[in-house]
Design a protein around this ligand. Structure first.
Ligand code: PMP
Length: 404
């Protein structure tokens, strides 16, 4: 007999697949999830690159509690001076170059990208947009329009017109960016596309082409941001600055928050023709902003971007096995390419049975996402890596014979 809560989950929650994980979490702390059946699971995907400080970091919990005691929602975004928003924007700006000093807060990543696309259209007066094959930018109509995978787009057409997709990391293809192009949007390292790191030369050429043509370069750092790739933002690692930076996921320290960031002259476009060109009720919720400020301070004080590099190095050194074709990525944003879909499914399942949560990326069947908390203790990291190797180890001969 399923428990009442499982029955209600089945009946009343909209599922997004026929096979949700369906784990009942009763508590989460640090690198661990605790389940209703008494199991302890090592969270090796951090809620998909969200819990970079681990779950319920004490500084974040304290900031949330303090803000709850002051005020919750008081007014739609951008009208009142709300201290948590202003202080977070200032702290973010202090980490960013002079061209990225104005912050617009949203609740999620897809909304951050929606805002960035609208900003680029309004600022340039152009409509053409360029995006890349295998990109992922979110599931609202605008963000989906620049997401490079037909299988997710096709059921929802018509989408935004005038969007062109180019191959990722191809310098020759960048000629398609022209003086009619409002913006080019890309993840500096593709996440859902399979953890794809482009060359420095492509990044520089992309920046140059956008500057030449006046197209705004949007970096979607929703997954790469907040230390995961070894620098606070991935663009720093490439030495290329975007015109618009979009953020979410780890930003809120576990609370829902996103942002798009640009120069004041770019943002001034939202103030007029008409005024209130882009508004939101809940964007930059004060509790989320208080959590985000605490999370960012921890990230900086504990030098977690550098820790991400150490975590990545340790993972790459230890994860060697005949069924692992490649471990790729940067810092602690990693993907483990396995021999086949069957091996991948089996490994992810076995790891979960043994207490390690791994995951897929949306656009690949053979890539296992590895995104542990950046502050995962090395003892816990080693335990998880041991379980991954053990789960791969069994049935090697069998899968080799079947060629699956
Ligand atoms: N952009 C990127 C690169 C992402 O990884 C995601 C989420 N996987 C999004 C945008 C969408 O963010 P959200 O789910 O918060 O809307």
């Amino acid at each position: 007999m399923p428990k009442l809560i499982e029955e209600q989950f089945r009946r009343h929650l909209a599922w997004t697949s026929d096979a949700p994980l369906g784990l009942e979490v009763v508590r989460a702390e640090g690198s661990f999830l605790y389940l209703a059946d008494g199991r302890r699971i090592i969270d090796f995907i951090s809620g998909i690159a969200v819990s970079s400080l681990g779950h319920r970091h004490p500084a974040v919990v304290e900031a949330v509690k303090a803000q709850v005691d002051r005020h919750l929602h008081v007014m739609v975004y951008g009208e009142f001076i709300q201290r948590p928003q202003v202080e977070l924007a200032a702290l973010l700006a202090a980490q960013l170059p002079p061209s990225l000093q104005v912050v617009y807060f949203t609740m999620s990543g897809t909304e951050a990208n929606e805002g960035a696309l609208k900003l680029a259209k309004k600022h340039t007066g152009r409509t053409k947009m360029i995006a890349f094959d295998r990109s992922y930018h979110g599931d609202t109509h605008g963000a989906l329009s620049v997401t490079g995978r037909h299988v997710y787009q096709d059921p929802f057409r018509p989408l935004l017109p005038n969007v062109e997709f180019l191959p990722f990391d191809s310098v020759a293809a960048l000629d398609a960016i022209d003086t009619e192009t409002a913006c080019v949007i890309t993840e500096p390292i593709q996440g859902e596309g399979g953890i794809n790191v482009p060359s420095d030369a492509w990044m520089r050429a992309l920046r140059e082409r956008c500057t030449q043509t006046g197209a705004l370069l949007i970096f979607d750092e929703i997954q790469t941001g907040f230390g995961r790739t070894g620098t606070l933002f991935a663009f720093e690692g490439f030495g290329v600055t975007p015109d618009v930076l979009t953020l979410a996921k780890a930003m809120g320290g576990g609370m829902p928050l996103g942002a798009f960031i640009a120069a004041p002259e770019v943002f001034s476009t939202f103030r007029r023709d008409p005024p209130l060109s882009h508004v939101t009720t809940f964007g930059g919720h004060p509790v989320s902003c208080a959590a985000a400020e605490a999370a960012l301070r921890v990230l900086l004080e504990e030098a977690l971007p550098a820790r991400a590099v150490e975590v990545g190095r340790r993972v790459r050194t230890r994860l060697r096995h005949p069924l692992i074709h490649e471990v790729r990525g940067r810092g602690a944003m990693l993907g483990m390419e396995l021999a086949s879909r069957a091996v991948t499914e089996r490994t992810v399942r076995r790891c979960l049975e043994r207490g390690v949560l791994l995951g897929w990326t949306l656009h690949s069947n053979t890539l296992v996402r590895l995104a542990p908390p950046l502050n995962i203790p090395f003892g816990v990291l080693d335990e998880a890596l041991g379980i991954i190797l053990e789960s791969l180890g069994e049935g090697v001969g069998e899968s080799g014979r079947r060629g699956d």
